[in-house]
Structures are given as C-alpha cells and as structure tokens.
Design a protein around this ligand. Structure first.
Ligand SMILES: CC1=C(CCC(=O)O)c2cc3nc(cc4[nH]c(cc5[nH]c(cc1n2)c(C)c5CCC(=O)O)c(CCC(=O)O)c4C)C(CCC(=O)O)=C3C
Ligand SMILES: [Fe+2]
Length: 425
C-alpha cells in the first residue's frame, strides 16, 4: 500500500473490494505540485431576481426554446427562486477542507461556478492575485459528455483567455469519476435502503411479492453529444458502447445491482432512463423519458419503483423537481410505490474518494493505485483532442492532449505509471 494516510483521513482507494481490472489504454498525467483545489460546479440562482439571468447564462448560444426556459423558471420560482445547488456546494467545499486537513494536506479549496456567482473567471483571477500558479479542478460532474466534461474544461480555457492568465496560471482536472468507489458506494448503500423501504411498503399493503423495478435516472443529452462522448472499449460496439456517456451509466448501474441484487436482469428488474430533456423537439435526445418508462412498467405489472439519480452528485433542482416532484407524481397517478435514493452529496466516502483522486495527481501524498469499479475506467486524466466535441465551434480548453491553453503535463500510458493493486491491500 503506497498511499500515505494521516490521522483521521480515510482512503477509499484502500478498499480492496473496490478494485476492478483497470483499463490500461487510458493515459494518466504525471503527478504535479498544486497550490489549490478548484471545486467547479454548475451554479444556481439564489433568489427570484437571479432566475432569468441564471437561465440566460446556462443556455447562452445553445438554442433552448423560450417555452422550455419559461417552464424551468417555475421550478426555481416555486422554491423561492433558489436552487439548492449552491448550499450543497458550500457543504461539499467544507467537507473537502475537513478531509484534506484530516490527512494533513495543505491545499486550500476554491469554489467557482460555470453559470452563477462565484464565477470561474473571477475565482481564477483571485487565485492568481493570491499567488497561486497551478490549480487542480474537481468538478461536480462524474461522466463523460459535452455538458459534463468538456464544457467545464472549456469554461476554464475561456476564463484563462478572458483574464489574460493563459500561460500564467495552469489548471488541470481530476478524472471523470463515474466508476470510482467513492461515487458508486453511496449509490449502492442508498439503493439497498430504498429497495428495502419499497418492499416493506408493498408488504404492509398485503403484496409482499409484488415486482419492484430499479430505475437509474440521468440527464438526457442530445444523441449526437452522447455519440461524441468518447468510445467505450467494448466490442462489438452497439449504440450503448459507441457512447461512453451511456456505456458508463449502464456499467455503473450493473455494479450497483450486482451489489444489492446480483440476480437482477437489465430490462426486467432495472433500467437506465433519462430526465430533464430540453432543446428543440425535432432534435433527438436520449430516451426513454422516465415518466414514459414508468407508465410502461405499470402497464407491465410493476408495483414498486426505486429511482436512483445515478447521473447526479447532489440533490439539486434537477433531482428535486424532475424526480421528487414529477416522477413521484407520475408514480402516484400510476399507483406505483415510489422511493428516490440519495445522491452522494457529502457522503464521507464520496468526499474521501474526491480527496483520493486529488492525491492521484499530487506529488505529495500521492496515491498510485486508481480504483475503478467498471472495466471502462479509471478514466483518462487528459482528454483526447476533440473528445466530447462542441458542435457549435471550438473553444480554448484545458486538460486535453494537443491543446495549447493551460495545458497540463500531458499523459503517458497508465501501465507504466500506476502501481495498480488488484484485489490486494
Ligand atoms: C449532463 C448534464 C448534467 C449532469 C452533469 C453536471 O452536473 O454537470 C446537467 C446538470 C445540471 N443541469 C442544471 C440545470 C440546467 N440544465 C439545463 C440545460 C441542459 N443541461 C444539459 C445536460 C446536463 N445538465 C443539457 C444538454 C442541457 C441543454 C442546454 C445545453 O446544451 O447546455 C438548463 C436550461 C434549461 C433546460 O434546458 O432545462 C438548466 C437550468 C443543473 C443545476 C440544477 C440546480 O439549479 O439545482 C445541473 C447540476
Ligand atoms: Fe442541465
């Protein structure tokens, strides 16, 4: 075990059960010396006056119809114009600070958002003014796709250009962590609890053997974006395998089911569904929509549903509205017993897992082994040029091979640089 731990800090990477065969094809970056961590997130409104400006920020140049913005504004309006996401990120920042301190790692945590205050360009300028020269970004987004990976990297690239800090301030990014045990284990725990709850309710209603289905929900994205999210390594390549976004979700769903109910069959006992579609109706997005899928299940005789928000890191508006409000309502109408399991949020294992991934990249306290619970990962530290393409034109980007903006040290084959511990510790 090469990881150096200090009192109080727990490394999820030391959990032997979490080890799966790594994918040696994906490059890892050289460990570097960092001055600070940048917790990068989506951002959300903090009052009624913020709602429209926030929505304009989110959809700038993305062709989202006005009716959709109007509809989404109500989700926020009904909550006082407040998204829960900023409070959740403040809590995550505090939890990261505590875990870093517990491990004796002296890295400040800065927080910046793509779409709301504190805005990333301001945070980068402040970081530079405070004397920082190299930051490591951790985003609140686990999977590969334009919206969940590249857009974060572009927003840093644009901010470096806009502030004139390109070449003066380097920003690297930890890998997408969809299959890191720190992200997955909280879902396993939550799914098990929700399943027991739904079964208990059905039993109390006199139908203990009624069929229960686990629905893994994630954000729908345009199918074109899904296809551009990077290829899976599996052969033969079905559509799912062509799209890393879909393949990653399916693989994690399988891992969760293997842990809570190994006999579960995809399609019958669990499925991957999509929520929060926007965009023009004629543009194809990933399907089925969760509400349509619920209706089909009810039709086929399912009596209980566990909804697992597999695509999300915290219980923000997309979870509270699309799942806890809309999907819950759909279930009520269909007579389905419903429970929604939690997101990782500030689960101690999630926080420890993020710090482990920080340690994968730092010279000090370096963690050489990179746990991954699916054979798709551990995902790459530095993206391929053009991966998760922006179809609206190229922008400066960080953490990508071949880029000149804020370029980090590049990649080398994982096999030569990771002391991967398989099954042992
Ligand atoms: C993959 C993905 C994630 C997960 C990864 C991640 O977490 O980053 C995510 C998260 C989130 N999405 C959020 C909110 C919104 N997303 C929108 C629009 C869009 N999301 C997209 C994708 C994703 N979105 C896409 C392809 C669009 C179409 C426009 C475009 O191509 O950019 C819109 C505009 C209106 C609408 O179209 O719904 C809003 C308001 C919030 C904040 C919630 C809160 O406030 O608590 C969060 C965390
Ligand atoms: Fe979104």
């Amino acid at each position: 075990m090469s990881a150096v731990m200090h009192d109080g800090g727990t490394s999820v990477a030391q959990d032997a059960a979490a080890q799966a065969a790594p994918n040696p094809a994906l490059p890892v970056a050289e460990p570097a010396e960092y001055d600070a961590i940048l917790l990068a997130s989506f951002g959300g409104p903090e009052g009624q006056d913020d709602v429209i400006p926030f929505l304009r920020n989110v959809t700038r140049g993305r062709g989202i119809p006005d009716e959709r913005l109007e509809e989404v504004s109500h989700h926020y309006r009904k909550n006082g114009g407040i998204s829960p996401i900023n409070a959740q990120n403040r809590a995550l920042k505090a939890a990261l600070e505590a875990e870093l301190a517990a491990r004796g790692i002296e890295l400040p945590v800065l927080w910046g958002n793509r779409n709301w205050d504190p805005y990333i360009p301001t945070v980068l300028q402040d970081a530079y003014d405070a004397g920082h020269r190299r930051l490591l970004m951790v985003s609140t987004s686990a999977y590969s796709s334009y919206s969940s990976c590249r857009q974060y990297r572009e927003d840093i690239g644009m901010a470096l250009t806009e502030t004139g800090l390109d070449g003066k301030l380097a920003v690297d990014k930890v890998r997408q962590y969809f299959d890191h045990p720190g992200f997955v284990v909280p879902f396993i725990e939550g799914t098990a609890i929700s399943l027991a709850k739904v079964r208990a309710e059905l039993a109390a209603a006199g139908t203990p053997d009624a069929p229960v289905h686990v629905m893994f929900a994630t954000h729908s994205i345009p199918t074109r974006d899904a296809e551009a999210a990077g290829r899976s390594v599996e052969e033969p390549r079905t559509f799912e395998q062509e799209s890393a976004y879909v393949a990653q979700h399916l693989a994690v769903a399988r891992v969760v089911m293997d842990a809570v109910e190994p006999s579960a069959v995809e399609g019958r006992d669990f499925s991957l569904v999509y929520q929060s579609r926007s965009g023009a109706p004629h543009v194809p997005w990933l399907e089925p929509d969760i509400n349509d899928a619920l209706a089909e299940l009810a039709e086929a005789g399912t009596k209980g549903v566990v909804v697992v928000p597999l695509g999300f890191v915290s219980d923000h508006m997309e979870v509270l509205w699309d799942l806890d409000t809309e999907a819950a309502q759909t279930c009520a109408e269909l007579g389905l017993t419903f429970d929604r399991s939690p997101t990782p949020g500030t689960h101690p294992k999630f926080v420890a897992g993020l710090v482990d991934m920080i340690c994968e990249r730092t010279v000090e306290n370096n963690i050489a082994q990179r746990p991954a619970m699916t054979k798709l990962g551990p995902w790459r530290d530095v993206c391929n040029p053009g991966c998760c393409a922006n179809f609206r034109g190229e922008k400066p980007v960080i953490a990508e091979g071949g880029s000149t903006i804020g370029l980090c040290s590049g990649g080398r084959p994982a096999a030569s640089s990771t002391a991967v511990v398989q099954g042992g510790s």
